[in-house]
Design a protein around this ligand. Structure first.
Ligand code: ADP
Ligand code: MG
Length: 724
């Protein structure tokens, strides 16, 4: 029998002759083994069916051409100073001019001399009748020209071939990858690779086998083949993630935790002290969590609620139940809570609100961030907090005398040891790996309860996938009396009118945010510098030209932590009227008196992010306003921004974004640990549900996967990728 010498785990370095540059490029693309390359799927297929030659174009055609781009430059057009980019596109048959208005970033996106695909409407130049021009066409770089470059792969000039296009890196071209894969295919290795997905399952869902799938995804003969192959691999990935989630869930249910038998009356009296009446949704969420606490195994719950729905108060009430419970076999001391948030600003803000909630109990509250530690109460002044050393704080945490510790990521670093950590709250962080959680397991195998809180509106399919191991509580109600934020998309001419409205709000005693995409102005020496508003320049401009009478403060991520802190404090206390900031204020910042937010360069933010930003002014019962400025006026941008205006909540927006933009673009791999391919499949609720259903059945039947060694192996590989 013939056996292939090449193995899936053979390294590319030992199997193929690579030069230095290729070796480095493969490393950068994280392609080490033959299997890695087999799973490196085309990012798309070049489809040249509809492309035209430049010579054949006529006025009013809507056409695609491929060619080389030259003479790319950006200037101010007409007297109105509209930014305009222009270039020439050339193929073997001729040249055509292209112009873009209001899209100065075109010049940044595309390199002079690159091969490009241009798609759009052909019109006649007004100034030169008979001369054709593309106006505002879509443009993208392509790695190779599909025709006329003498590559037999593209089937000569019959123009009807779908060719694979791979992500490249300097030293490795798409073509190299294609040819290397051909060699791998010829080695016979595909006949020896075992399919991790059980055969019956493939049949049930009509999915191709591993071998067929790999051939179809890399060298499809027709579109249907590549579609089925992509479906198969998306199913595989989601199925394996779901298996992992169900297995974790099952495993967690066998571990023990701290049982917290609260006295509901006590929690109620704590909630009654709130300066507002809890919403029904908040009360329900608190009850869910208290029920979980009574069980012997650890809670794993996700609290999902739109910005401003009051998640902090829910967290506080449940922390109260934990804090007032003494550790097992002891009448004294408190169980401990760790409350983790993504930024230092938020950590400080939560530290302060927890002092407000808990100071009457006379317990210690700690704050830990990489730039310093604090403790409440201070020895000298029991109504205030005080700075303390990290060493001191860690000592108290280890001794168990600080029952509530709030902080950034440093909170769960190895050096922080708790005496009786019973509860972890993760605020506005999308993922908290099981590995991290397992690291917190005690020697006696007791695991803390976990509450993960998020306002990030994500589509249901994605939630099922990435949060499959958590129980869900929705906070689907806003505090009583909240009015929807009035959102307006503003045209450049109406800028003054907006400033007038802002002035009125400030005169009423309110405050405003101005959000810009950049921190600093780009280097004006650099040609092609993007014309995007920066926090530093915009703050200066509005101080000089628009609001000289008001105090304007600046906040961005490059500032020193102490400066950030004092800027936030000043804004909170009304000492500054306008806070000009980057999207650092996106998550969680709570200044109820701020009722206006201006967002500059809005097309640079995702819809979910814009919604989060807008949430900054939905913190009180004053009517709030959000004014959105966009530099790009393409229809797609305007449609997106309109959705911001009409959607009733973040979830509707997320579904809209998913439908319009495609998941990969929205929720990058880094954020969720899912490949672009699987992200695309997230659009398909049926597939996600099928994968979930099958995973659940399998884990019920065989929780250790002893009858499915290949799946077990895939699972451990997957875990390594996700949470290394
Ligand atoms: P998020 O869910 O975005 O984290 P927060 O917990 O920061 O929201 O709450 C937003 C604001 O609403 C805070 O100022 C908080 O004190 C207030 N708040 C919370 N719950 C209620 C309620 N039931 N009624 C009135 N105001 C509330
Ligand atoms: Mg919050």
């Amino acid at each position: 029998m013939y056996t292939c010498t090449m193995q899936p785990e053979s390294t590319l370095k030992d199997t193929f002759r690579l030069n230095d540059l290729q070796y480095k490029a493969l490393k950068k693309l994280q392609l080490n083994t033959v299997e890695d390359l087999l799973y490196y799927f085309p990012v798309r297929y070049g489809d040249v069916v509809k492309s035209r030659t430049i010579a054949s174009l006529q006025k009013d055609d809507i056409a695609i051409v491929y060619g080389k781009i030259t003479g790319l430059r950006t200037k101010k057009a007409f007297k109105k100073k509209i930014s305009m980019s222009e270039a020439t596109i050339e193929d073997e048959t001729g040249k055509i001019h292209a112009v873009w208005f209001h899209q100065p970033y075109i010049a940044k996106m595309i390199q002079e001399g690159a091969f490009v695909k241009v798609e759009g409407k052909v019109s006649e130049k007004k100034s030169a009748p008979g001369t054709l021009v593309f106006t505002n066409p879509e443009i993208e770089s392509v790695s190779v020209l599909p025709t006329g470059v003498g590559d037999s792969l593209f089937g000569g000039d019959d123009n009807s071939f779908a060719y694979p296009v791979y992500g490249e890196s300097r030293g490795i071209t798409s073509r190299w990858i294609h040819h290397t894969l051909q060699k791998i295919f010829r080695s016979g290795i595909l006949d020896e690779m075992k399919d991790p997905i059980p055969k019956e399952m493939l049949e049930k869902y009509n999915l191709p086998s591993l071998k067929t799938g790999l051939i179809w995804i890399h060298t499809p003969k027709k579109t249907d083949d590549s579609v089925s192959a992509r479906k198969r691999f998306a199913f595989q990935e989601i199925f394996i993630i779901q298996l992992e989630k169900f297995r974790e869930r099952k495993e967690y249910q066998t571990l023990s935790s701290f049982t917290i038998n609260d006295n509901p009356k006590d929690v109620k009296s704590f909630v009654d002290r709130f300066p507002f009446k809890a919403t029904d949704a908040q009360t329900r969420a608190i009850d869910h969590i208290l029920e979980d606490f009574k069980k012997t195994h650890p809670m794993s719950r996700l609290l999902e609620g739109d910005v401003g729905s009051g998640k902090t108060a829910v967290a506080a009430a449940t922390v109260f139940a934990v804090t007032t419970t003494p550790p097992k076999n002891s009448e004294y001391g408190n169980l401990q809570t760790a409350y983790m948030v993504p930024t230092e600003i938020l950590a400080l803000q939560h530290f302060e609100s927890f002092i407000a909630y808990f100071s009457y109990l006379g317990i210690n509250i700690g704050l830990i961030t990489s730039s310093g530690c604090k403790k409440f109460p201070s020895k000298s002044n029991p109504t205030k907090s005080t700075d303390i050393s990290r060493t001191q704080l860690l000592k108290w945490v280890e001794e168990g005398t600080i029952p509530i510790l709030i902080g950034t990521h440093s909170l769960i670093s190895k050096s922080v040891k708790f005496k009786n950590l019973a509860y972890i709250i993760i605020d506005e962080q999308h993922r908290f790996g099981t590995t991290q959680r397992k690291a917190l397991r005690r020697k006696d195998n007791i695991v803390p309860h976990l509450l993960s809180m998020t306002a990030t509106p994500i589509p249901r399919t994605l939630a099922l996938t990435v949060y499959g191991d958590l129980d869900l509580t929705l906070l689907d109600q806003m505090p009583h009396g909240r009015k929807p934020v009035i959102t307006e998309i503003i045209l450049p001419n109406d800028r003054e009118a907006v400033y007038e409205k802002v002035r009125k709000e400030i005169a009423l005693g309110r405050q405003a945010y101005v959000i810009c995409p950049r921190i600093f102005e780009p280097d004006p020496q650099k040609e092609l510098a993007l014309n995007v508003k920066s926090v530093t320049e915009e703050a200066k401009r509005i101080k000089e030209k628009v609001f000289p009478e008001y105090e304007i403060a600046i906040l961005h991520s490059k500032m020193k932590p102490a400066d950030k802190e004092s800027v936030m404090l000043d804004f909170k206390n009304g000492r500054s009227h306008i806070l000009c900031a980057t999207s650092v204020i996106e998550v969680g910042v709570n200044v109820p008196n701020a009722t206006v937010i201006i967002i500059e360069g809005a097309e640079r933010f995702g819809l979910a992010q814009l919604h989060q930003l807008r949430g900054r002014v939905l913190r009180s019962n004053h009517q709030a306003y959000c004014y959105v400025f966009a530099d790009s006026k393409t229809e797609k941008t305007l449609d997106r921004l309109k959705a911001l205006k009409t959607a009733r909540n973040g979830f509707e927006l997320a579904e809209f974004d998913l439908a319009q933009r495609g998941a990969g673009e929205l929720y990058g791999r880094k954020q969720w640990g899912i490949s672009d391919l699987a992200m695309e499949a997230i659009k398909n609720i049926k597939m996600v549900e099928a994968a979930r259903h099958e995973a659940q059945i399998l884990i019920e039947k065989d929780s250790t996967l002893k009858n499915y060694p290949l799946l077990k192996e895939s699972l451990s590989k997957n875990e390594k990728v996700h949470f290394e």
